[in-house]
Design a protein around this ligand. Structure first.
Ligand SMILES: [Zn+2]
Length: 201
């Protein structure tokens, strides 16, 4: 009886831990992001993570705008990635405006937002003529980092499957080399002054 009771309490305790886990994170972010309120919650979380884990800070104002997939596609109509874009960083009149596709799953939205915010940081900190492979490589690296830290391994795998890409894939693999050499905390500082990835990467 006593033994059974102990097991019962143990089971109850682990069940409570399981139930408490999302609440303990204090996020309260819905599964699908389709409102300004939900988007802003993800934005706050992204700012906190990028600042605390990567020391990534922003000087200029930043605004998040939710748009439909159709609207986003129209904005990138000349891009070869049209149809696969879920976020877009723009800069107008001294303000960052990040367009984010609505009705996107929480993990996808969070990773994409951190990716686009990396482009904001690059605009404020990196040489304006930095190559696309370098800037997208860093943005993907940050995206993967935040997803790992969040335990969003499904998303990580999804992104990993597209890494044959000559810009995103090549750039990301180069960032992994930088991380191995200088450490996670120094990647931004190392990339900050670079213009391109060295030949042979
Ligand atoms: Zn990008």
């Amino acid at each position: 009886m006593r033994r059974t009771l102990q097991i019962y309490f143990l089971l109850m305790a682990s069940a409570m831990l399981l139930f408490c886990r999302p609440a303990a994170a204090g996020e309260n972010i819905p599964t699908i992001i389709n409102s300004e309120d939900a988007a802003n919650k993800v934005f706050e979380k992204a700012k906190n993570t990028l600042s605390s884990r990567l020391n990534m800070h922003f000087q200029l104002p930043m605004e998040i705008k939710l748009v439909s997939g159709k609207e986003l596609d129209a904005m990138v109509k000349d891009s070869p990635y049209r149809g696969n874009v879920t976020g877009l960083h723009t800069f107008k009149n001294g303000r960052h405006v990040i367009y984010m596709m609505t009705n996107v799953g929480r993990d996808d939205f969070y990773g994409t937002m951190c990716h686009e915010m990396t482009h904001s940081w690059q605009l404020e900190n990196c040489p304006p003529d930095q190559s696309l492979v370098l800037s997208e490589g860093l943005a993907v690296w940050v995206e993967m980092k935040v997803l790992y830290w969040d335990g969003a391994y499904y998303m990580v795998n999804q992104i990993n499957q597209n890494f044959g890409d000559p810009i995103y894939g090549v750039g990301y693999r180069y960032m992994q080399k930088i991380e191995d050499k200088y450490g996670e905390k120094n990647v931004l500082q190392v990339v900050k002054n670079m213009r391109d990835i060295p030949p042979g990467n």
